[in-house]
Design a protein around this ligand. Structure first.
Ligand code: FMN
Length: 252
């Protein structure tokens, strides 16, 4: 089994590690000229961003050639997975990939404009994350299939909800709204954890124009020096089972 994943704060990496197999970071795969992956089973794991998959994961689906008998797609999310499930089926179909199984796992929400992160961390036990992961692992072991063709309602909700939320996200919350305060020691960790290679640190921190809006730079800054103008929380999050070194290794 091979699993391709995208992660900012470690939830998806943790789920990928729990499911097992050979793991591939999507940001690193995207640096290859061609992506051809073959195995009996291939999985894709990524977070929900505004009812969608991250832009880079959508590009990965278009670029990659996946040769497998069984393909699964797992989202992690925090509050509502909205139209993410039909969105994955639709995006994969457009890319010529037939998904067999799509599911979601509710974990800690790392969306800084929306949530008190400490509250998200404190209430995580109520989500029975381990139970959800165990159920998904069982389904995958059993080669469960749960994907059928999208109906008209799905297609309409993807068009309306997906587009509206995605547009709002990109408009209000890209690297232009990040503030680096004087706690910054220019250690460069923000650049190393950025899956989009969008950050350069010299005399100051420079953000380029292809931010994935994943907030890895904000969550992993050791000095908590990067902030959003509209953040609801100054507390930061990294999945408790994942180290900073792992995030750097998979994203830089
Ligand atoms: C820009 C952005 C948008 C998000 N949108 C949603 C959303 O629509 N619904 C939701 O439940 N969680 C949303 N989240 C939360 C993440 O999907 C969730 O925390 C995920 O588990 C993070 O995975 P990671 O730790 O592997 O990066 C969003 C997070 C970010 C950064």
């Amino acid at each position: 089994m091979k699993i391709c994943y995208f992660t900012a704060t470690g939830n998806c990496l943790y789920v990928a590690k729990r499911i097992g197999g050979e793991l591939f970071s999507i940001p690193q795969l995207m640096k290859e000229d061609k992506i051809i992956i073959s195995d009996e089973t291939i999985g894709i794991i990524c977070p929900v961003y505004a009812g969608e998959m991250p832009g880079m994961v959508r590009s990965f689906l278009s670029k990659a050639v996946l040769k497998a008998n069984y393909v699964f797609f797992i989202y992690t999310y925090g509050m509502s997975s909205s139209v993410a499930r039909p969105n994955a089926i639709s995006a994969a179909k457009k890319a010529g990939i037939k998904l067999d199984y799509v599911n979601t796992i509710k974990m800690v929400d790392n969306y800084l404009p929306g949530f008190e992160i400490q509250n998200q961390i404190d209430t995580a036990p109520q989500k029975d994350i381990e139970g959800q992961i165990a159920a998904v692992c069982h389904d995958i072991e059993q080669r469960k299939k749960n994907v059928s063709d999208l109906n008209l309602l799905h297609k309409a909700s993807i068009a309306i909800v997906g587009n509206t939320m995605g547009r709002a996200l990109l408009k209000g919350n890209n690297a232009k709204s990040y503030i680096v305060n004087d706690q910054c020691i220019k250690c460069g960790i923000c650049a190393k954890v950025c899956p989009a290679n969008n950050i350069t640190v010299t005399d100051r921190v420079y953000f380029s124009d292809h931010c994935e809006v994943c907030y890895a730079c904000l969550h992993h800054c050791p000095k908590n020096a990067i902030h959003l103008k509209n953040e609801r929380s100054s507390v930061r999050f990294r999945n408790e089972h994942i180290t900073l070194k792992e995030i750097i290794d998979v994203n830089q």
